[in-house]
Ligand binder design. Sequence first.
Ligand code: ADP
Ligand code: MG
Length: 696
Amino acid sequence: METVKEYFGCNVFDDREMKANLPAKVYQSLKKTIDEGAVLDVSVANIVAEAMKEWALKKGATHYTHWFQPLTGITAEKHDSFISPSPDGGVIMEFSGKELIKGEPDASSFPTGGIRATFEARGYTTWDPTSYAFIKGKTLCIPTAFCAYGGQALDKKTPLLRSMEALNTQALRILRLFGNDTAKRVTSSVGPEQEYFLVPKEMYDKRLDLRMSGRTLFGAKAPKGQEMDDHYFGIIKPRVQAYMEELNEELWKLGILAKTEHNEVAPSQHELAPIYTTTNVGTDHNQLTMEIMQKIALKHGLVCLLHEKPFAGVNGSGKHNNWSIATDEGQNLLSPGATPYENAQFLLFLCAVIKAVDDYQDLLRLSVATAGNDHRLGANEAPPAVVSMFLGDELQAVLDAIETDTPYSGAEKTKMQLGVDVLPLFNRDTTDRNRTSPFAFTGNKFEFRMLGSSNSIACANIMLNSAVAESLKIYADRLEGVDDFETALHEMIKKTIKDHKRIMFNGNGYDDAWIAEAEKRGLSNYKTTADCMPHLLDEKNVKMLTSHKVFTLEELQSRTEIMLENYCKSVTIEANTMVQMAKTQIIPAIEKYAMDVATGANTKKQLNSSIACNYESSLVSKLSEYSDKAYVQTAELEKVVADLAEAKDIIEESAMIRDNVLPKMEELRSSCDAAEELTAKSYWPFPTYSDLLFGV
Ligand code: ADP
Ligand code: MG
């Protein structure tokens, strides 16, 4: 048996393979492209392609694919084999630099939000050398960006790379002001903690709602939920353990640094966290992780649910996006330093994040918006839909002291002059990590906690990178060329703290009182996707995102359209599924049971007319009441879904989904769930919450 050390990354054409398989000059040139974003030479690409192919063939690969992330939220691939006919009737295995660099998938059926008319169906993919190629099955996968023929981004990677570039440009300007002339590149990094549920496959198969929408649309509460807190960090069951072991092995082979795994709060809920890497590679790895999680689960007779809210009344699944920025020299710019200069620099970067989160709350909220995630945000289990920041008491006290020019009480009672004095020592708040805060500082990184478990992390990181780049740009514009740098810096930090105080909140984010307070502070509270998504096109947001060249206006318009379309489609599928389940499974089951109970009562009465049959009579009345209700509510739900056809545009349709369809779904569900509680289990047409949550 090979050890982890031996097989780690064995399916990746990583730095070790490049070094071993490329001529030194070619390797240097490729490395320069990877590390510094230098343009890649075609002659270099040819040699890389050849080496990559030879390596892949040795690993048993027969095909290659440009692997990309269209706006569907999942990854796409179209496989081409390496074979090419040879004159003697056989084949040779070919792969050119051109094929490595550029691909032309038939892209007409990916969402474009109107960017590309179908007659112009050609989109193209371009190699992203900063994310390593890897082998999946018998296919060499080449991470690529996906654009329309006119250059407009049709994927999540392109804007992510652009946002990293914007952040790099602005952060380097700031570093130079602090006398750092050696750093060549600043990169944002991410470590996403992924939550998921595992349910038995044979039960999953019997539930149309899970199969169609990834979540249960009906289901009475199980007698036991998560109230005992006995699952969280509890002993992992053998079947789950076996799953996790195989999952880790597969991820490690792909060079994914899966690090921790544990049980989560809800029964049958678990979490996996990798070691952080760049936001680009982290995003690719998270997409792959989600795919492999689902694949391996099937091998163990399980289904991995990545939906944000698979079960009502039980915690949903999120994804914590741990985010930071660092130089190529290994300096974490969100880590407090040891010298006065380092500290002033840390405070400036910290302020840049504070300003970014406050100025672009709406972008952060909408970057995590999906129909699924709307069920979590604000439901006392995930951070609210209001964005706020938690810094920890001590760092907050430091900022307060700077703002008010008062001595920081934690240190000797001296007034601080930034850039001159050492920052007062404060303990990094890693213990009390206010879990209710949507955006928490955890010592040397921020943890953005609003993401849903199925979200691509690309969107959140695009917005974070861009918004912070914007703060840094404003700072650099102001600070470059000032005579008295220290005073200007001090003033700027003070001003940021003063101007953006409202976004900082160290209390309980799940408390209703906070929502009221947040409203007073003027913070936005967009409860649903329909509410927040249109703000992507607000003037300030368009201005910021286009000025840093992260998106064009056209791309933003198309994205708004696609995200709202996704929202409407997901909910419509759920509504249609409910209608079908109610009509063909639930109502007939209630009726059958009611009839059998009634027939039983009649039989009893025939035997002995003095038997009152109170139980049967009361039960049959209740069951009939629920089935009648469910029948009417099903028709009402069908009607509001049919009405969607009248919407004049996607914004109106999404509002109709929010205002009409979702409430009707709730109503239908409540009648059916109430009936389930009265119906004998043997009559119920599909597995219950107890079966699903405690079946593994
Ligand atoms: P916790 O105390 O929450 O367990 P960890 O240090 O284990 O904190 O981090 C949780 C996640 O944050 C992991 O995925 C980890 O790799 C990631 N992380 C740690 N440092 C950074 C950083 N500088 N930038 C981005 N992510 C980071
Ligand atoms: Mg966490």
